[in-house]
Design a binder for this molecule. Structure first.
Ligand SMILES: NC(=O)c1ccc[n+]([C@@H]2O[C@H](COP(=O)([O-])OP(=O)(O)OC[C@H]3O[C@@H](n4cnc5c(N)ncnc54)[C@H](OP(=O)(O)O)[C@@H]3O)[C@@H](O)[C@H]2O)c1
Length: 356
């Protein structure tokens, strides 16, 4: 078995670890990781590996971590009841050749990993969904599912909250890292709403791409924030860049209606712009809260159905601009991981990988 490891104290250092396949104990199953997607979202898991316990999902040698990915795996061996070899699942996976799991609640729709080190971690990351029973699954959109499904789910919830709380009707929604997949998905959904005004903030090298998507009403580079018209506005912060945040808050001041913290693509600038922020305090977007609210309103199945209904048209739309790149092996995983870490990936591309 092999694992792609990242040094926790220096995210630029990577290595491969080889080990023998384990003897399964009763109740365990061994998944063979087929392929996974790698975007800035995965780098954020590494950046917050310690503080938000992302390193705890897939333990590694002292001081090293396995960066969580989303992808497909096949049950290679099983001593777990209700989990048959050959079943394919979608879920949270390490950048490894294999993952040892202890399935619980196994059924036709998949199982959760009941391994003790994961028990205290958020439930959103525990499920392994059998492809046959999954309303999101289509064979021809597997790659999009690896790359975009968790991002799209977040974007769906952001769109829903902004509309539900009346924010989308109170001036423009200004989205940073507008070229990120999470931002694009949110903009795609919001652009379908009547009367919503969208401003995409991005870096100069990505401005043309953001413009070409046709979902933002206006594309503005980070150095042009002062050119935006003053008035009520909502900030959806996906860059997590302290200087950008300060510039947006200073520009709109008390007229900024809401400031939603979603991501940290500019992970090295997180602590920048330390001056006191004018306007409302940023509020961390906590997806599980929205999931709870909408599960109460619509039922869990109702929420899943609404998201999957919105998902398929989004997949079709990405066909017009997204280029999926494929590669395999340690060198490829390391190259792509470092490119994503350093922000060197062309936003119209996304990478699907396997370690084998
Ligand atoms: N809170 C939640 O529940 C939740 C859920 C999903 C995603 N997120 C977060 O949303 C963010 C976006 O994830 P994604 O996978 O959609 O991203 P992505 O598509 O890989 O984003 C790529 C874009 O991010 C910016 N970027 C990435 N790395 C950079 C670097 N090192 N330096 C400068 N700019 C960099 C660039 O955009 P610009 O030039 O336009 O800035 C780049 O085009 C992540 O931080 C992720 O964790 C949060």
């Amino acid at each position: 078995m092999s694992d792609f490891l990242v040094k926790r104290e220096d995210l630029r250092e990577c290595r491969i670890a080889e080990s023998q396949a384990p003897e399964l104990e009763p109740g365990q199953a061994l998944l063979r990781v087929e392929r996974f997607g790698l975007t800035a979202n995965n780098v954020t898991y590494a950046v917050f590996g310690q503080t938000m316990s992302y390193w705890d999902f897939f333990p590694a040698a002292e001081g090293w971590g396995r960066v969580p990915m989303w992808g497909f795996a096949e049950v290679e061996q099983s001593k777990a009841q209700g989990v048959e070899p050959g079943v394919r699942v979608y879920g949270y996976l390490p950048p490894s050749s294999h993952l040892l799991v202890t399935p619980a609640h196994a059924g036709g729709d998949g199982f959760i990993d009941g391994s003790p080190q994961r028990a205290a971690l958020p439930s959103a990351y525990q499920g392994y969904l059998a492809t046959d029973a999954d309303p999101f699954y289509r064979a021809d959109t597997e790659e999009l599912q690896m790359l975009l499904r968790p991002l799209f789910f977040t974007s769906f919830l952001i769109d829903d909250q902004l509309v539900d709380e009346g924010l989308a009707a109170r001036g423009p929604i200004v989205i940073s890292s507008a070229s990120s997949k999470t931002a694009i998905a949110a903009a795609f959904l919001l652009a379908q709403r009547e009367g919503v005004e969208l401003v995409g903030l991005t870096s100069p090298r990505n401005a043309e791409f953001v413009e070409s998507l046709g979902v933002y009403g206006r594309t503005v580079t980070y150095d042009g924030i002062q050119s935006l018209q003053r008035g009520p506005a909502t900030f959806v912060d996906i860059a997590g860049d302290g200087n950008v945040r300060l510039a947006v808050h200073s520009h709109y001041g008390d007229e900024l209606v809401y400031s939603m913290t979603v991501g940290v693509t500019h992970w090295e600038e997180l602590g920048a712009g330390e001056a006191e922020l004018p306007g409302p305090s940023p509020t961390f977007f906590f997806a599980p809260d929205r999931v709870s609210k909408r599960s109460e309103d619509w039922g869990r199945a109702g929420l899943q159905r609404r998201v999957s209904d919105a998902w398929h048209p989004f997949c079709e739309w990405t066909d017009g601009w997204l280029e999926v790149l494929h590669d395999r092996g340690f060198d490829a995983v390391q190259r792509v991981y470092l490119d994503v870490l350093e922000g060197r990936v062309d936003p119209k591309t996304a990478n699907v990988l396997s370690l084998d």
